[in-house]
Design a protein around this ligand. Structure first.
Ligand code: ADP
Ligand code: ADP
Length: 227
């Protein structure tokens, strides 16, 4: 469990003039589900990738709890991320897909087994553990991708448009599943979407970005009430 703090965090891509993310000041509470929302190109992914260590921070800093992670490599950050194209390993079963990262870390077999089965139960994947990804629906694959992330028991969970490859009906279902899972785990979560409905229904708080600049951060209720 952890808090996240962006302090004046700025990213200017080489060869560009305007910052993609411009002096971002944002604190995300322990166990909070924060949604970053805004139109395409407003800097959502860049903000998330800076937190994950996948993008340089050119000015300012990022802290997880009291730890300055601004210049730490991704692996040193204790963060797990789910992308929109959640590529699973096609030749591995669901079980093996979820176990893989833990195997690389030399986690013991019994501990891997415990964590994979716990995640599978949370994500309603218990019946599918022996299947290969091609024998799963889009929604099930998406849940495996989340399972792969949560078995690592990270401090912070990041999702970048995780529902964009699902059809409309499945998006609504999966929205609820993600919110429920986050609440059960109580894990600090930053979720990126361009979909305002998604933002307003899922976020404890919603941060609105426009042209790299944070416009407002508030609860969905307060945002609805803003004239
Ligand atoms: P969003 O996730 O909200 O769509 P991004 O963070 O991907 O926005 O992009 C923010 C801005 O930075 C956009 O203007 C985009 O064109 C630019 N950008 C993103 N990645 C790069 C890159 N690798 N090089 C140069 N400009 C980039
Ligand atoms: P390895 O290839 O390293 O021997 P396996 O993938 O064969 O590892 O599995 C090791 C353990 O993982 C098994 O003893 C079992 O407890 C568990 N396991 C593997 N696949 C499944 C599955 N489909 N359902 C439940 N548990 C599984």
């Amino acid at each position: 469990m952890a808090t996240v703090r962006y302090s004046n965090a700025t990213r200017i891509y080489p060869g560009t003039e305007r910052p993609a993310v411009d002096h971002l000041d944002l604190e995300i509470g322990d166990g909070e589900f924060l949604v970053l929302v805004g139109p395409s190109g407003c800097g959502k992914s860049t903000s998330l990738r800076m937190l994950a260590g996948l993008e340089d921070v050119d000015e300012g800093s990022i802290h997880i709890d009291t730890r300055d992670v601004t210049h730490l490599p991704p692996k040193a950050r204790d963060i797990a991320m789910v992308f929109q194209n959640y590529a699973l390993y096609p030749h591995m079963t669901v079980y093996e897909n979820m176990a893989f990262a833990l195997k690389l870390r030399k986690t013991s077999k019994s501990e891997i087994d415990r964590r994979v089965k716990e995640a599978a139960a949370l994500l309603q994947l218990e019946e599918y553990l022996s299947r290969k990804p091609k024998a799963l629906s889009g929604g099930q694959r998406q849940r495996v991708a989340m399972g792969r992330a949560i078995v690592r028991e990270p401090q912070v969970f990041l999702m970048d448009e995780p529902l964009s490859n699902l059809d409309a009906k499945l998006r609504v279902q999966t929205r609820t599943q993600i919110a429920t899972l986050q609440a059960k785990l109580g894990i600090t979560t930053v979720y990126v979407t361009h979909d305002q409905v998604e933002a307003m229904t899922m976020g404890h708080r919603v941060a609105v970005l426009l042209d790299g600049v944070l416009q407002q951060v508030d609860t969905p209720r307060a945002l609805y009430d803003t004239p």
